[in-house]
Each structure stands twice: as C-alpha cells, then as structure tokens.
Design a protein around this ligand. Structure first.
Ligand code: ZN
Ligand code: ZN
Length: 74
C-alpha cells in the first residue's frame, strides 16, 4: 500500500519529472517532512538508498517512523 496520497483527492500519487504528481487533479504535489519534537521542517538526506531526516533546530537525525509527513499542492 502506498503512503503517498494527494491532499485533495486522496488518490495515489505518481512520480513525474522529479516530483510527486496527482494524475486525477493534474497538479504537482510537494512532500514535506516536519520534526516530531520541535515542528521545524526537516532536511531530507539520502544515504545508501535509504532516506533519513535531519532537524536543523534539534541538530540531530530523526527516525523516519516518527517524522510527520505532509503532502501539499506545489
Ligand atoms: Zn488529486
Ligand atoms: Zn527538531
């Protein structure tokens, strides 16, 4: 099951031109991640094929399972 859903229609998003895209609504969708502790936007780090998230405010890595992910219209 995919966790990438359109914020408008809840349809599954596709990957297009380096960003998420909703085929139903025909608009790109941005994925943003927020710190579970301080609510700052997290920086996504790509390491060895798996993504991790870094909080510049807490100055530490955040576990992917705790990160709050928000999809919004780009
Ligand atoms: Zn949609
Ligand atoms: Zn933080």
């Amino acid at each position: 099951m995919s966790e990438n859903r359109c914020p408008d229609c809840q349809d599954e998003l596709s990957w297009k031109d380096g960003q998420y895209y909703c085929d139903a609504c025909q608009h790109p969708v941005r994925k943003r991640a927020f710190c579970p502790d301080c609510d700052s936007e997290l920086e996504k780090l790509q390491a060895c094929g798996s993504a991790s998230y870094f909080c510049n405010s807490c100055n530490e890595l955040k576990s992917k399972s705790r990160v709050r992910v928000v999809f919004e219209k780009a």
